[in-house]
Design a protein around this ligand. Structure first.
Ligand SMILES: [Zn+2]
Length: 230
């Protein structure tokens, strides 16, 4: 009996410790295939090298705006959710591909509107990847990026959405990882996008700082005498 109790306490402690690790959280609201949600989560975690988790999915209630959906979902946020991206499939057609609720530290992606007309699942997944990556970037403090190969690039139509990059350019990646570590997130070390640890500085180079190059003093040239013409 005592052993069982200790066993239960250990299990509880393990579950609590896992739940308490800060992470970027995703939550599905409405009818989205769980496999699609997991695909998007795994893509974001690998490409950011930051922990991204899925919260328990929620039923879609009738809502008149994406903001309303985001406000309701953000209620369930805990202190371990660094920010929240809602993958929403509203029951009605709602405008906008997404909204950001900065004061709630959350964003809503309109998965219903992003679904391609032809029903191409891969195209659909890639669109969600891009939207989620951009939402996470904005929530973590990145700005939009001028590089169309970067997920932080601002598109203006479906065609541009389908051609832009899905992950980050190196400067955006470096910046989000720095901001995330400052906010208590741990780098996912086994991701190919994890930063390479700093190489130790060779001793010689470290002890002898290079002398700053001195500019040669400019020679004050004597003004050429003007030959007087007879
Ligand atoms: Zn970028």
């Amino acid at each position: 009996m005592k052993h069982m109790l200790i066993g239960c306490l250990c299990l509880f402690a393990t579950a609590w410790a896992q739940a308490a690790d800060p992470a970027i959280s995703l939550v599905v609201v409405g009818d989205l295939d769980p496999a699609m949600a997991e695909r998007v989560r795994a893509f974001a975690q690998e490409n950011l090298a930051l922990p991204v988790r899925l919260l328990e999915p929620r039923e879609a209630a009738a809502a008149s705006s994406l903001n309303e959906i985001g406000d309701a979902a953000a209620e369930a946020m805990g202190p371990e959710d660094t920010c929240l991206v809602v993958l929403a499939v509203p029951t009605e057609d709602l405008p906008n591909h997404g909204v950001r609720l900065q004061e709630k530290n959350s964003a809503v992606v309109n998965a219903r509107l992003l679904k391609p007309a032809g029903g191409d699942e891969e195209q659909y997944g890639r669109r969600l990847d891009r939207e989620v990556m951009m939402s996470i970037g904005l929530l973590m403090g990145l700005e939009t990026c001028p590089n169309p190969q970067c997920a932080m690039w601002l598109y203006s139509n479906d065609e541009e959405l389908d051609m832009k990059g899905r992950n980050y350019c190196p400067p955006c990646l470096e910046r989000i990882q720095k901001l995330a570590v400052e906010r208590g997130l741990k780098i996912v070390a086994d991701s190919p996008f994890a930063p390479i640890p700093d190489e130790p500085v060779p001793e010689e180079a470290a002890s002898e700082p290079a002398a700053p190059e001195q500019a040669a003093p400019a020679e004050a040239g004597e003004p050429e005498p003007i030959a007087e013409t007879p």
